[in-house]
Write a protein that binds this ligand. Structure first.
Ligand code: COA
Length: 289
């Protein structure tokens, strides 16, 4: 499925519920998803919120899609929540509409993303402010261009980093760093984002696409059922006691072995112990047998 053309039909012939504010191109198992308001630096408006929810629904079901990459069109990843369309207009409108919008935004930016059944990578190509941190941290992995500019700019226009931004930042940054950037609003680049633990690594912008594809290709080789269980387990055990985590992980491991359609553990053991065909310390077992 290639979904970059907003007017192209879905498999069942219906019009796709995205394409104006979000574009999707599926190539070789990777869905390249771009927030698409380059003239507004991809500021997150209701259009992006609702289209992203529709995209997540569709990508979840699409067997051609193995990995999702989220990025921004033009020279921005995203300038955060749209001050006019996400804040000013909904603030002045019916409370229920605003609540619905906020709920839908929380869904795509972190609630669904955190446990999304397929791996997600944020590819931060440029400006990344405020609410865009939620998207970034909501993704499993993240790569930035060295030249990208990050900032918790909320303090500069008189609000706190709300939505779930402060919580997200507290998950991945140290207290000193988080409070420094929350309280000063100072900007930083992709290399500093790596030092702060916000992204896995940063590369020159000219290499960003190729390095992201390489990472996505690595994830594509892994057993998708086990990948899903591994990330879900990570998020669940973070808030558990050690005893509870042990119980949960053993149960989750048994459940994963039992339900894995390709019975990866059996294949892995057979190929390593009996056939001496691969080394798990060096590569994945052959999933095509
Ligand atoms: N909300 C609404 N509109 C935004 C926006 C946002 N978060 N960020 C950018 N825009 C709009 C601008 O108003 C402008 O619209 P216009 O062409 O109708 O005037 C357009 O996008 C381009 O922005 P501009 O400021 O001219 O681009 P720039 O390249 O010079 O600067 C930024 C880019 C990102 C530094 C600057 O736009 C900015 O500071 N944006 C706000 C970032 C922010 O604080 N986000 C936190 C939100 S939670």
């Amino acid at each position: 499925m290639t979904a970059s053309n907003p007017s192209s039909p879905t498999r069942d012939g219906a019009e796709k519920p995205w394409g104006e504010f979000v574009t999707v191109t599926v190539e070789d198992g990777i869905a390249w998803i771009a927030l698409n308001r380059p003239d507004k630096r991809n500021a997150i408006n209701p259009g992006i919120v609702y289209e992203m929810n529709a995209v997540l629904d569709a990508m979840e079901e699409d067997d051609d899609v193995r990995v999702l990459v989220i990025t921004g069109a033009g020279d921005a990843f995203s300038a955060g929540q749209d001050l006019k369309e996400y804040f000013r207009i909904p603030d002045a409108g019916p409370a229920l509409d605003r609540e619905r919008l906020y709920r839908a935004n929380a869904a795509w930016q972190w609630r669904r993303m955190m446990h999304y059944p397929k791996p997600t990578i944020a590819m931060v190509n440029g400006w990344c402010f405020g609410g865009a941190f939620q998207v970034l941290i909501g993704c499993d992995l993240a790569i930035a261009a060295d030249e990208a500019t990050f900032g918790l700019s909320e303090i500069n226009w008189g609000i706190i980093p709300a939505g779930i931004v402060t919580k997200s930042v507290a998950e991945v940054m140290s207290q000193r760093d988080a409070l420094y950037y929350i309280m000063t609003g100072e900007n930083f680049d992709g290399k500093r984002a790596h030092e702060l633990g916000l992204v896995n690594f940063s590369v020159p912008r000219s290499e960003l696409h190729a390095r992201t594809k390489k990472l996505a290709d690595t994830l594509k080789e892994k057993n998708p059922f086990v990948l899903r269980a591994a990330k879900s387990a990570y998020h669940h055990v973070k808030s558990m006691s050690w005893d509870s985590a042990l119980e949960y992980l053993m149960a989750k491991s048994d459940q994963t072995k039992f339900r894995d359609p390709e019975q990866g553990d059996q294949q892995g053991m057979k190929q390593f112990l009996d056939e001496k065909a691969f080394k798990p310390g060096l590569q994945s077992y052959d999933r095509n047998r």
